[in-house]
Design a protein around this ligand. Sequence first.
Ligand SMILES: [Cu+2]
Length: 446
Amino acid sequence: MLFLPWVGSAAKARHYYIAAEDVVWDYAPSGRDLIHGIALPAPWKEQTRWPKTRYIEYTDATFSVRKAQPDWLGILGPIIRAEVGDTVLVHFLNRSGLPHSIHPHGVRYDKDNEGAAYLPYGKGAGVAPGERFTYRWIADKESGPIPGGPSSVVWWYHSHVDAEKEINAGLLGAIIITAAGKADVRGAPKDVDREFVAMFMIFDELHGKDAGLFHSINGFVFGNLPGMLIKQGERVRWYLLGMGSEKDLHTPHWHGKNVFYRNRHTDVVELLPGSMATADMVADNPGVWLLHCHVSDHMEAGMMATYTIYSTAARSCPVVFAADPWERAASSSSIRVKNLGGKPIRQVSILSGYLVSSLELQPLILTWFSTEPIPPGQERPVTIGKEMFAGRGNASVAFFPSRVIYEDGSEWKPRQLGDCFRIYWRDKEHSQVPVLPPFQFQQKED
Ligand SMILES: [Cu+2]
């Protein structure tokens, strides 16, 4: 028996089922610059969808049921997690048309499990189309954080048969290793509330021509990266990754909050190709904030995203909209408004927006008013009209009060537009939207 002092009795074998698959990727699904509320600028607007190859996670060795991953991971493969002392087994199936591999950084492996094609070749150096290989990696002491450091650290993994092409194709992802004793059952650190991986890289679709250079964060440009939502007060760990070529000198910068990084407070981190950085944020400043590369021409080319810190403080909403399903609201063409306060309401003004995606809210310059008083604790219908529910494409609709006038003459106004919102979802299955995205005040031309 080998004595490994850092391995508790909890040391696990963690299995991952990952396939390489040829897909079509969209760098800007909205077709817009969502940071500024305008159409996507030239030359990138010509074509945002390109063939890529990605790592896709499945639930088991049948590779039939995909595992969901957070929206914000974007083009990245699944996060591979381990606690120091664990063994990671990655069951890899190559469903793409070219040979690929999985080469990890940071963990311990032997030649067969290195996943890199060079002499002398190990067994996992390249996996032919249609073939499988199981990689076995050890999260040893050197894979984890140093004592006194953050409880977890990030590492790269990527394909390494024709690495430059495969990385540009999208075959890349993050490994997160948590210190022994500090991980939950998933292997994630217990002492943080939320984690994000943000990968800064310029994808090249047209041999260096501008129209094919997508200055992306996790494969999204111009604010199209979805899902970076944080509850006010959460301890957030940011795992930053850089990759690419000599143009890929990136300086991720957060607006709104500083982070703790390498024993200092900062709001900019330096990333070279292949770099990995772990930074901690206390998200105590609510708002929609930029996360962007601070290199000037990268900013101009769209290397920008937003993250949102939303307040969960009791908002003391004066009214609530009934949680009617879409069909009911649409067929009655009204929404029911309930007075949550102790005073009779004389009138409620209601605004709305089309929720095109979790990132895109298009405002309507229309106001509806309640037509009769609403006594405390009671509800009244407010007629909205059929047009609203006839909708705009497949967009759902969000309503929110913009003004409440009480019988005694006092008034309530939102601290910001969208407070106390309710979404009437067109689709039964939809993502969680704890906070409305900002209005895209400049509408599409059509
Ligand atoms: Cu940059």
